[in-house]
Design a protein around this ligand. Structure first.
Ligand SMILES: Nc1ncnc2c1ncn2[C@@H]1O[C@H](COP(=O)(O)OP(=O)(O)OP(=O)(O)O)[C@@H](O)[C@H]1O
Length: 853
């Protein structure tokens, strides 16, 4: 057995090996130690290897899924080694000592799950493979729980952003990829292999239909498909045809910006407190997954965005349509995930019934939605995808009982009347059960033992059981009963009649079960054959759900339909931060709405004001409103006109993140450098106190430089919140920069924060007033005030830290013209092709002389 174990373990590599032994999966050696501590189960030992105890632990097969879930969540991969023959087969093959054959039937990894219990209903579960060809990178991503398959080409610099968008459960690559934590794949990361694998999986002769993927994309697809084959073994995995994602048609958001805007996860790491949680009013898990996708990748194509918005408007403006659609959606099963399990062969009869019910509901929803007049184009294009499954629905409706069992093992999934032969077998089995009940009554009467029972167990099958004290009667030779087993308090018997009835019953039952299995297999085949179409239906339903969710959220929050523009403008009236507003509402407080107006003439807002005044909130709300609009959602504002944003950057100064122990001044600078390198005229940049994580002089100098660069070179729409009041001097010189502040008032010695954004710079910083709000001791505060007065006195005498800046040649930011270089000019004038050897030698002497000068 150990030899067999070693072979399988070698195949499993770094995955934990679940070695099937009877009703348990056992783990040995280091695997056992790792699993026992992760699962908090007992570590025991079994036998010896080279004189040492062999550590062992095990989990029962029937409960294996929950243990698997825990291991996977903790970052482990698990190889499942099953018995692939029965002990009887092993005996027949190799005698009584023969070892049952085992084989790894699946490698369970975070990115290749299909089981309901191992997945989160509302999030996609991506496996991403990184491919490379020359300097080009690409990602092939698959979610086999729903069949989605994407190819994305990207440069080395965009890779992390793209992986952050996917938020993959597992990332694999052939070699280490800079800046990305990846697992080892199973090879196949080359374009030739990728092309072959794609062609063979989708049965096509050319890849033109998939938009002719690049070499890097093919390499990624090759690695991905090889990994799926290696982990899924014999089981199929469902993949729709690959979709090539054009990055240019999505808003680029780098990982740091995603984090700082808390799009799909809050700063604490949970979904609560994130934008996604705040806007999600989806009623289906598929809708919820698509909403998360949409938020992670807002569009940049105006027509596409407007098409989505028109669908939301359709639902927003008609309460009846919206509510009817939402209540229908709410009752729909998750057909995408059911399909994933069916194709993988890890399903039960209930999954087939989910398809039946889901597809029927989808069809009915489509009919209902189709009744409306003047349907939005997007809806008109989605409706046909919702239907077309009539024959499958009809077949499944006839074949399956209303609510079939999870598991096919005990039968009872196929409906009565579907197959006359099956009905007969079932009737025979039922007759058998009745006959046995009749026998029980008959024997009680015959023996006069009221406590006589006919029971069933796996060892004896059907048998007669009487309390021990009555046993002698049945033991008599001519009693007609045969003794089978004596226990402490009861004795068990058989009888020829019972034996005969039991045989008939078992036979009929067994045949009925086999017949059910055949029907279920045929239904499964039908579903698998229709998989691509069913997946399209699931996609269409998800899109409808997302639109209805946006509409419901908009009505709930009084949101508005944004207008989109191709020019880089950004005009928001009465904008609100949806997450902060919801948090305030929960405490019975009111959010103060604010306006923002950025355009080519006024594209950089410098915002000052007291701590806690609402600067960060304002910055983020502007970013979130733009992002929501480009996802195709209404926005929390009274009015919004949004010029399409190609890239969104959000940076928070170092000290804001120090609590999490992640950000340092260095990271802040690296990120600022990234913005300067990547932002364009059409980007939206949000800088929250950049430069404050270092000494005042250095910080101000950097903030100053960044402001100038954003204004003069990048020219992106920018909001910059800062405590460096000295920066406000830039307003005099930079045309497209304007000053704003969050308002505060001191009332009877206390600070009142108004959270209103107003024009002009803040008059003072109110730092000490905020410290008072925070409850610093009065003695300390009066000392701080005294120090401040001294400092301010000093500032008025010397001009403060920004003294001397007025003398700075601000507009000499461009490097000065270098002095003319006669030597370079002389070399430049030479035309080597037209020189004779003699002239060339002369030229050389001339140049040497020039160099000496
Ligand atoms: N528009 C608003 N209406 C009502 N309350 C608000 C508003 N904006 C912010 N607040 C409240 O003020 C708190 C602080 O806001 P925020 O973090 O944006 O301030 P800040 O000016 O960036 O502060 P700091 O300079 O210390 O980082 C928020 O948590 C919120 O409770």
């Amino acid at each position: 057995m150990m030899a067999q174990y070693e072979t399988l373990k070698a195949e499993a590599g770094d995955a934990l090996l679940f070695y099937r032994m009877g009703d348990f999966f056992e783990l040995f050696f280091d695997d056992a130690k790792v699993a026992a501590s992760c699962l908090d189960i007992a570590l025991t030992k079994r036998g010896k290897e080279k004189g040492q105890d062999v550590p062992m632990c095990g989990v029962p097969v029937h409960a294996a899924e929950s243990y698997l879930a825990k291991l996977i969540r903790n970052g482990h991969r698990v190889a499942i080694a099953e018995q692939v023959e029965t002990p009887a087969e092993a005996k027949a093959r190799g005698g009584s000592k023969a070892l049952v054959k085992r084989a790894i039937i699946r490698l369970v990894t975070p990115g290749t799950l299909t089981e309901e219990s191992l997945l989160e209903a509302g999030s996609a579960n991506w496996l991403a493979a990184v491919g490379k060809a020359g300097e080009d990178y690409a990602i092939a991503a698959a979610d086999i729980s729903t069949g989605r398959f994407e190819l994305v080409a990207c440069g080395p610099g965009d890779l992390t952003a793209e992986l952050a968008r996917l938020d993959a459960a597992e990332v694999i690559a052939e070699d280490k990829v800079p800046g990305v934590a990846t697992g080892r794949g199973q090879g196949g990361f080359d374009s030739v292999e990728g092309e072959r694998a794609l062609k063979s999986r989708f049965g096509v002769k050319t890849l033109d239909g998939f938009g002719s993927p690049s070499r890097a994309e093919l390499a990624a697809a090759g690695g991905l498909l090889t990994y799926l084959d290696a982990t899924q073994k014999e089981a199929a995995s469902f993949l729709a045809a690959p979709r090539r994602i054009e990055r240019a048609r999505r808003m680029a958001i780098d990982p740091a910006s995603r984090e700082s805007l808390e799009l799909t996860r809050s700063a604490q790491g949970g979904i609560k407190g994130s934008l996604l949680h705040c806007i999600d009013r989806c009623t289906t898990p598929g809708g919820r997954r698509l909403l998360a996708d949409d938020l992670a990748a807002p569009l940049t194509d105006r027509a596409q965005i407007e098409a989505r918005l028109a669908l939301v408007q359709h639902f927003a403006e008609d309460q009846l349509v919206r509510e009817d659609a939402r209540s229908r959606l709410k009752a729909m099963p998750d057909i995408a995930r059911a399909l994933g399990r069916i194709v993988a062969g890890r399903h039960g009869p209930r999954d087939l019934a989910q398809l039946r019910d889901g597809l029927k509901a989808a069809d009915e929803l489509a009919c209902k939605l189709g009744e409306g007049e003047r349907l939005p184009d997007l809806l008109a294009s989605l409706l046909p995808d919702c239907g077309g499954h009539d024959s499958l629905i009809d077949l499944f409706a006839r074949a399956l009982v209303e609510s079939p069992p999870l598991d096919a093992a005990k039968g009872g999934a196929i409906a009565e009347g579907f197959d006359a032969e099956l009905d007969e077998l079932r009737a025979a089995a039922a007759g058998g059960r009745k006959a046995i009940a009749g026998l029980e009554a008959k024997y009680r009467e015959q023996t006069g033992i009221a406590a006589l029972k006919i029971r069933h167990n796996n060892v004896l099958g059907y048998h007669i059981e009487v309390p021990a004290k009555h046993a002698p009667k049945l033991m008599e030779e001519d009693s007609g009963f045969t003794h089978r087993q004596t226990m402490a308090s009861a004795v068990r018997f058989n009888s020829p009649d019972l034996h005969e009835e039991a045989r008939r019953l078992t036979e009929a039952g067994g045949e009925a079960l086999a017949s059910e299995q055949r029907h279920l297999a045929a239904l499964t085949d039908t579903a698998v054959a229709a998989a691509p179409r069913i997946a399209r239906t699931a996609d269409a339903i998800a899109r409808i759900d997302v639109a209805a969710s946006h509409a419901a959220r908009a009505i709930e929050g009084g949101w508005t339909l944004p207008a989109l523009e191709d020019q880089p403008c950004l005009e928001i009236e009465g904008g609100r931060h949806p997450v902060v507003e919801a948090a305030l509402e929960a405490e019975g407080e009111r959010f103060v709405a604010n306006d923002c107006a950025l355009g080519p003439q006024d594209r950089l807002w410098l915002i000052t004001g007291p701590n806690m005044g609402g600067k960060s909130t304002f910055l983020r709300q502007v970013a979130l409103i733009s992002l929501l609009a480009q996802c195709g959602s209404y926005v929390p504002a009274a009015k919004a006109r949004i010029g399409i944003v190609d890239r969104l950057f959000s940076r928070v100064g170092a000290s804001d993140n120090l609590a999490r122990g992640r950000s340092t001044f260095m990271v802040e600078m690296v990120e600022t450098a990234a913005i300067l390198a990547q932002a364009t005229k059409n980007s939206l940049v949000i800088l929250d106190e950049i430069g404050r994580g270092t000494s005042t002089y250095d910080g101000l100098a950097i903030a100053w430089g960044v402001t100038e660069a954003m204004h003069d070179d990048i020219q992106a729409r920018t909001l910059f919140a800062t405590h460096y009041h000295e920066l406000t001097r830039l307003a005099e010189r930079l045309d497209a920069l304007s000053l704003h502040h969050v308002r505060a008032r001191e009332y009877k010695g206390d600070l009142v924060l108004l959270h209103e954004v107003a024009d002009g710079a803040a008059d003072r910083s109110y730092g000490i007033a905020v410290a008072k709000l925070a409850g610093l001791p009065p003695k300390l505060l009066s000392r701080a005030k005294a120090v401040l007065e001294k400092l301010e006195e000093g500032r008025s005498q010397t001009g403060g830290i920004a003294a001397g800046l007025d003398a700075l040649p601000l507009f000499a930011a461009a490097p000065e013209q270098p002095e003319a270089d006669p030597l370079a000019e002389a070399i430049d004038e030479l035309d080597p092709d037209s020189l004779t050897p003699r002239e060339a030698l002369d030229a050389l002497y001339r140049l040497k002389a020039l160099a000496r000068e």
